[in-house]
Design a protein around this ligand. Structure first.
Ligand code: RBF
Ligand code: MG
Length: 309
């Protein structure tokens, strides 16, 4: 895989580029299916599979808000790369880029710059300035310039049979704490990433359950509460229990994301970790004593061990 973040470094067109374009936030199963179609088509014609995606999110640039991302740039690129795509163009979606006319986008960018031979997009795809580029315009250009336009219909949710896999739906599940329902859309567990920072050092000494406090790298954050999780460092993987919230037993009102690793001693300070959110266990509670809170955490760990076994 080659990652290209600046189109100016592309000096000659790719060999028979098979292209798809989108935000692909979450790199969910629908996106993955689309990438596999792109790879298959590229193999069929002896060409190059190309994914064009954007960072920051176009809505962030155009409207200053936009949804909290399921996957930030680093994770998105890792996940797309894992599908076997040859070239990932991860481009800043500038206002300048947004103002390119549909015709220029096709002729100057996709054809002249990238060497497009085929494009595969969803049935709702539109492009160019004011999104005036429709699928019909793309098809007409395809006939004129000799490239193929293929429409991909994203795979359906296997359980409901008709619910389209969408980034919006996944965001809602995460914000609702229903992380155990995300793998059927994502093809993996929902993951948060961050760096381990100094906490109040009270988990170990006061409760007997030390926690790694995480400075969140992500935009999206699961609903507050207690979760069974697995934790990945660069070299190791652990089971754990996480707490997201204000630890209401203490009255300091500080929001933290913290994880206690099972069967681990030592610390992870300054390390980047990845936390796979397996299942939400309960809401946070205010306990009247530290012993009660400790007892509850002991219970949480028992449940987590069963879930993670
Ligand atoms: N703090 C609370 O005030 N109420 C809770 O219900 C609660 N549940 C937790 C569950 C787990 C599995 C963990 C690891 C922590 C929990 N905490 C809770 C946070 C705890 O108070 C915190 O880890 C320590 O105070 C250290 O910052
Ligand atoms: Mg801690």
């Amino acid at each position: 895989m080659e990652l290209i973040e600046d189109i100016n470094i592309i000096t000659e067109p790719f060999n028979k580029a098979v292209i798809t374009i989108g935000n692909f936030d979450g790199v969910h199963k629908g996106h993955q299916a689309l990438f596999h179609q792109v790879i298959e088509k590229a193999e069929e014609i002896g060409g190059t599979s190309v994914v064009i995606t954007f960072d920051p999110h176009p809505l962030r640039v155009l409207t200053q808000n936009g949804p909290p991302l399921i996957t930030r740039k680093d994770q998105k690129i890792e996940l797309i790369s894992a599908t076997g795509i040859d070239k990932i163009l991860c481009l800043p979606f500038t206002k300048e880029f947004a103002s390119i006319s549909a015709q220029d986008f096709i002729q100057e960018f996709l054809l002249a710059k990238l060497g497009m031979k085929a494009i595969i997009v969803g049935s709702d795809y539109s492009f160019g300035k004011n999104r005036e580029g429709t699928l019909d315009i793309m098809r007409q250009a395809g006939e004129t310039h000799g490239f193929e336009v293929m429409i991909s219909d994203w795979i359906n949710d296997t359980e409901t049979g008709d619910q389209r896999i969408s980034s919006t739906r996944i965001r809602e599940l995460v914000m609702d704490g229903r992380v155990n329902e995300t793998p059927k859309f994502l093809g993996r567990f929902y993951q948060i990433r961050g760096k381990v920072v100094k906490g109040r050092e009270r988990g170990g000494s006061k409760l007997g359950f030390p926690t790694a406090n995480i400075k969140l790298h992500d935009e999206l954050c699961p609903k507050m509460g207690v979760y069974a999780v697995t934790v990945e460092t660069d070299t190791e993987k652990f089971n754990g229990v996480a707490n997201i919230g204000y630890s209401p037993t203490f009255d300091d009102h500080i929001f933290t994301i913290e994880v206690h690793l099972l069967d681990f001693s030592g610390d992870l300070y300054d390390k980047r970790i990845r936390v796979n959110m397996i299942q939400r266990l309960r809401d946070e509670k205010k306990f009247s004593s530290l012993e009660e809170l400790s007892g509850q955490i002991r219970n949480d760990i028992k449940r987590a061990r069963t879930i993670l076994a």
